[in-house]
Design a binder for this molecule. Structure first.
Ligand SMILES: Cc1cc2nc3c(=O)[nH]c(=O)nc-3n(C[C@H](O)[C@H](O)[C@H](O)COP(=O)(O)OP(=O)(O)OC[C@H]3O[C@@H](n4cnc5c(N)ncnc54)[C@H](O)[C@@H]3O)c2cc1C
Length: 78
């Protein structure tokens, strides 16, 4: 089991990170699956609302990296 300091880039072209791949955290926070669910909801919302795929991914990245960094940062062990 590992965590990692937050990163700011989750998008490369048409590839996008979600869940633990984007924001690994130790289980004691009980937030990993919750945040993965929020990722999916945010990504679907941006894609539906904006339509244009690249724009949706950029907005998803900026929204979710900020949110998950707030969740993870206080507990990062390294
Ligand atoms: C003990 C424990 C307790 C937890 N308790 C909570 C809790 O109370 N609340 C909470 O919100 N979160 C909790 N979590 C965290 C939560 O389980 C994870 O954050 C969540 O499962 C992450 O989902 P994910 O889809 O990103 O990754 P995963 O659930 O890890 O899914 C990734 C999937 O990809 C598959 N895979 C890997 N490599 C490949 C490959 N090369 N090809 C194809 N498939 C591949 C894996 O087999 C796996 O099925 C807990 C975790 C642990 C370990």
């Amino acid at each position: 089991m590992y965590d990692r300091p937050p990163i700011t880039r989750w998008v490369a072209g048409r590839m996008v990170l979600t869940g633990d791949a984007a924001h690994p955290m130790l289980q004691y926070l009980a937030q990993g699956a919750c945040q993965a669910g929020e990722d999916a909801h945010a990504l679907a919302g941006h894609a539906e609302r904006l339509g244009e795929r690249d724009l949706a991914l950029e907005e998803y990245e900026s929204d979710r990296t900020a949110r998950t960094a707030r969740v993870v940062a206080p507990a990062v062990t390294r």
